[in-house]
Design a binder for this molecule. Structure first.
Ligand code: ZN
Length: 212
């Protein structure tokens, strides 16, 4: 079996900007594609050149619709990503709302900064616009929870209920003989509106996931 390479491109040293790159069999997959949020130093990271060419990423797997997990997707699609974005059905619907709102706020912020001339840049600009979000949404492919999705030979995954927000899921990935769990964000123990987890606790086995 060819080696599996995993790289954390965000969500490390900070809780936002979640992006995990998996390289296997000459293919690239990204689990989550979040926006860096918070203090200015973190937000500026969103303007850095992406470490790999978006055209070379084959698929994105999205754990849930919070902006720190999905908010960078329009940047990748406008810069050449042409693969499929896998998520659950509710995540697709929520992501459309969240990204559209994000684009609108960014356009308004840039306009306000330029009008009041309090930007240190030549001209403030949004990271992406509503039309970039429309382009991004064309790549979405929703799935049911507990549905195995074949990405390629020897690599598949399924979403498992994580009880965090509507549609959120752990990603249970099988690569050859190996199993890898991407938790995204872990839910609350007694959700009022979501499907409750079978159990709750701090160990994966509490969520019905057994690695060994
Ligand atoms: Zn979250």
């Amino acid at each position: 079996m060819s080696p599996i390479k995993i790289q954390f491109l965000g969500g490390a040293g900070t809780v936002t900007g979640s992006k995990t790159l998996i390289e296997f069999n000459d293919k690239r997959y990204l689990v989550d594609c979040g926006l860096f949020q918070g203090l200015k130093d973190l937000r500026l990271l969103n303007w850095n050149e992406f470490p790999v060419d978006p055209k070379t990423i084959d698929a994105i797997i999205l754990t849930h619709a919070h902006l720190d997990h999905c908010g960078y997707i329009p940047v990748l699609t406008k810069n050449g990503f042409t693969g499929t974005i896998h998520c659950t059905y509710p995540t697709e619907e929520l992501t459309k709302i969240i990204l559209s709102d994000s684009a609108k706020i960014q356009v308004e912020d840039a306009e306000r900064a330029n009008r009041k001339e309090y930007t240190s840049h030549d001209k403030a600009k949004p990271l992406y616009k509503p039309e970039d979000v429309e382009l991004a949404m064309n790549h979405f492919q929703p799935h049911e929870l507990n549905e195995w999705v074949i990405l390629d030979k020897e690599i598949k995954f399924q979403f498992l209920n994580s009880g965090h927000i509507l549609g959120s899921g752990f990603v249970e990935m099988k690569i050859g003989e190996k199993k890898i769990i991407f938790s995204g964000d872990i839910g609350r123990s007694k959700p009022m509106l979501l499907y409750p987890l079978k159990n709750s606790g701090s160990r994966l086995s509490d969520y019905g996931i057994n690695l060994w």
